[in-house]
Design a protein around this ligand. Structure first.
Ligand SMILES: *[C@@H]1O[C@H](CO)[C@@H](O)[C@H](O)[C@H]1NC(C)=O
Ligand SMILES: *[C@@H]1O[C@H](CO)[C@@H](O)[C@H](O)[C@H]1NC(C)=O
Length: 385
């Protein structure tokens, strides 16, 4: 242990100690971005992190950016989205001044009730940090707390995890990757574009405004509208995956991880373990039981993953039964490159589409995941400060 020389006045010793403490502690907070797209299983993946007692989680904070400035393009909003994400990683919630009213409450934050951290102290006194809390329970008892509790809560945790669907280019995030005050990692979550397409068709009305921003209102119209949006989304997956797996400097390579939703569905416990490991979080027994429960149809699942594991696999293939082949063909035309890169087999005929023994999930080339550099500090603990 380092001891101060006896001649240094105690005021300064404390100051020095504080500086040393801050220098050691600051980078040890881990910052994770779940980078995904609409209807791609990111709510479930977000919940894996949100329910962990060491994690402060927010779902799509940049919703506020897009909603406030909806007459812009995704490209022109990139920097505002990036800067909001950076501020939230630093637990600086004053960034929302630009997008929300002064008199805002915690419950004005988009999807606040999906954050377990905003459903437990100091953001709500009805639950404990270690509780598994569903959003409906949270919403009924935790809504009337001031907005300032968001920032207070954030500062308590060793991990800040954000889920976003509003990035289309990894380059926008380079300043965060190289920022020494952040320990920043990206989980890039993708899903078979054909399943995404069907899910988007079902949710079409609630996606209109976002899609207008993605491709422009003109290109979001007519029969080609949905394909134009998917083309943009597929293009962004290629860009992000190529940058993340190949273009990053070697010192940053371990900070990117690609995950396919179908792989999570196939083996939720195994994939959850990998995700937690990447994030340097322990897979607590209680969470293992919870993941098992929600993926095997036992309780609490209705909101995230409400089918049994075996059912979930067939649910994730449901598009093969209900999406007409001519739509599949059209979609494959605009998403072919992304599907080949991410390991989704293209269908050549309606016979192949209906032949359920034909596995459409291929292994990927090249291998997508490097191990994160192991850091030497002790593993982060909950409520460190
Ligand atoms: C898992 O399900 C069992 C049986 O329904 C229940 O008793 C238990 O509390 C659940 N555990 C978790 C962590 O969800
Ligand atoms: C279905 O696909 C499997 C696996 O590729 C193949 O062996 C089988 O012959 C196909 N069945 C039909 C009826 O085409």
């Amino acid at each position: 242990r380092w001891l101060p020389p006896p001649t240094v006045p105690s005021c300064c010793v404390l100051g020095l100690l504080a500086v040393t403490f801050l220098q050691q502690e600051k980078p040890s907070r881990v910052h994770i971005l779940i980078l995904s797209s609409w209807r791609s299983g990111s709510s479930f993946t977000g919940q894996l992190f949100s329910q962990h007692p060491n994690v402060f989680y927010l779902m799509e904070p940049a919703w506020h950016v897009w909603t406030t400035m909806h007459q812009n393009t995704a490209h022109s909003l990139h920097m505002a989205v990036r800067d909001l994400v950076r501020s939230v990683f630093h637990c600086d919630m004053s960034v929302f001044d630009a997008y929300m009213s002064r008199g805002r409450k915690k419950s004005d934050l988009f999807q606040w009730e999906t954050s377990r951290a905003l459903c437990s102290p100091p953001a709500c006194d009805a639950f404990q940090h270690s509780d598994i809390i569903t959003k409906s329970h949270c919403k009924t008892v935790c809504s009337k707390y001031p907005f300032s509790t968001v920032e207070q809560a954030c500062r308590l945790y060793s991990h800040v995890v954000l889920k976003e669907v509003r990035f289309f280019d990894l380059k926008v995030l380079y300043p965060l990757l190289s920022d020494p005050s952040l320990n920043f990692r990206i989980i890039h979550l993708v899903r078979d574009p054909r399943a995404v397409f069907l899910s988007r068709e079902k949710a079409a009305p609630e996606l209109v405004r976002d899609s207008d921003i993605v491709v422009g209102p003109k290109n979001n119209q007519g029969e080609m509208g949905p394909y134009n949006v998917m083309q943009e989304i597929c293009k962004s997956h290629i860009q992000i995956y190529t940058e993340g797996s190949q273009a990053l400097p070697s010192s940053l390579k371990g900070r990117y991880m690609l995950v396919r939703y179908e792989d999570i569905v196939k083996d939720p416990l195994e994939k959850a373990a990998e995700l937690y490991k990447f994030a340097e979080l322990g897979f607590l027994q209680k969470l293992q039981r919870w993941v098992y429960n929600i993926t095997h149809g036992k309780g609490l699942g209705a909101e995230a993953f409400d089918t049994s594991s075996r059912n979930a696999v067939s649910v994730s293939q449901a598009w093969r039964k209900s999406l007409p082949f001519h739509k599949i063909q059209k979609l494959q035309q605009v998403c072919k490159d992304a599907m080949e890169l991410l390991g989704y087999r293209l269908l050549a005929s309606q016979e192949e589409q209906k032949n359920m023994t034909l596995d459409l999930l291929l292994s990927q080339h090249p291998p997508t995941r490097q191990k994160p550099e192991l850091r030497t500090e002790k593993s982060p603990t909950a409520l460190a400060s």
